[in-house]
Design a protein around this ligand. Structure first.
Ligand code: ACO
Length: 276
């Protein structure tokens, strides 16, 4: 048993392979303060190698998922403190994009409520996003005179169509979870009462799969974006070889053996049995 995950602005509950990570500033609608970003850097760094964590779920306390950057603590308070501001920017980018986007374990954004501005960074970084039908989204930056910076504009253009992304960034209009599903910002909008069950079902399905194959698949998929064909093919060949080296369960041989020789499963309909 390692050091407990104990923080002031983040709650962590690890249950049978699933880490439920909750941004916990409900009185500020889970706006991201420098302290929250600092604590989240620790959470994601530690969970990367924690064998008890197979899937990371990111959610928010109360009625909000994340109201973006904290306008007081992250922006105004740091305006005339360049050194603190530099650290705060470094940490917020670190956990949400540098770490989470190609995190070695699957990640699910469980969007329980408001998602605004900078919250889009971790929303898009997560591999999956499932939202309550009651959630509200918005790129509100333009409404108060800034641009979607950090990595938000880049994440948007990679995730959404040119027309949808630009419309949302330029109008600053908020929109529903149904709309978010329609433009594929999220995978699915579900009734609020079903949200946790939906996310848990997905997480449990992922836990049945070979973790090294999942790691390689998500990293390969995300990293080839922006590569030319030749570089992508070479990178994918290297990633393919890396998986064989990393996978101590040797899923490749077991999967083929259980299909061809044992006839105990069909790869089209489910996972091979690990450890057999
Ligand atoms: N930064 C700092 N404080 C915030 C933020 C934020 N992003 N969002 C909410 N809060 C605070 C409010 O100031 C308020 O504090 P107080 O109780 O001390 O007055 C508290 O959280 C509750 O907020 P309310 O506005 O009273 O809550 P309500 O539920 O009515 O509205 C909503 C929630 C819609 C999220 C609203 O607070 C809002 O518009 N927040 C700003 C959202 C936003 O534009 N985020 C993007 C910021 S830009 C960026 O991320 C780069």
């Amino acid at each position: 048993m390692g050091k407990p995950y104990k923080y002031e602005t983040v709650l962590v509950d690890i249950d049978d392979g699933i880490a439920w990570v909750t941004l916990n500033r409900p009185e500020k609608r889970n706006a991201m303060s420098p302290q929250l970003n600092h604590e989240m850097c620790d959470v994601v760094a530690r969970m990367e190698t924690d064998p008890d964590v197979r899937v990371l779920v990111l959610t928010g306390a109360g009625e909000s998922w994340c109201a973006g950057m904290d306008l007081e603590l992250f922006f105004r308070d740091l305006d005339d403190k360049p050194a603190e501001r530099a650290v705060a920017i470094w940490e917020t980018n670190e956990w949400r994009w540098n770490r989470l986007y190609t995190y070695p374990k699957p990640t699910i954004a469980m969007v329980n409520g408001y998602c605004f501005g900078g919250g889009f960074t971790q929303l898009i970084a997560c591999d999956f996003a499932i939202a309550s039908e009651t959630a509200t989204f918005g790129l509100s930056e333009v409404n108060w005179g800034i641009i979607p910076a950090g990595i938000v504009s880049k994440a948007l253009i990679d995730c959404l169509s040119y027309r949808d992304g630009l419309y949302l960034a330029l109008t600053g209009k908020s929109f529903s979870a149904k709309k978010a599903e329609e433009i594929r910002l999220i995978n699915k909008a579900v009734p609020a009462a079903d949200l946790r069950r939906e996310v848990e079902t997905l997480a449990r399905d992922l836990i049945k799969l070979n973790p090294e194959a999942l790691r390689g698949t998500k990293q390969a998929f995300k990293n080839v974006r922006g590569m030319g064909d030749v570089q992508a093919a070479d990178y994918l060949a290297a990633k393919y070889s890396e998986l064989k080296f990393r996978d101590k369960d040797d899923g490749y041989s077991k999967g083929i053996g259980q299909f061809i020789d044992d006839k105990t499963y069909k790869p089209a309909f489910g996972a091979y049995k690990p450890g057999k």
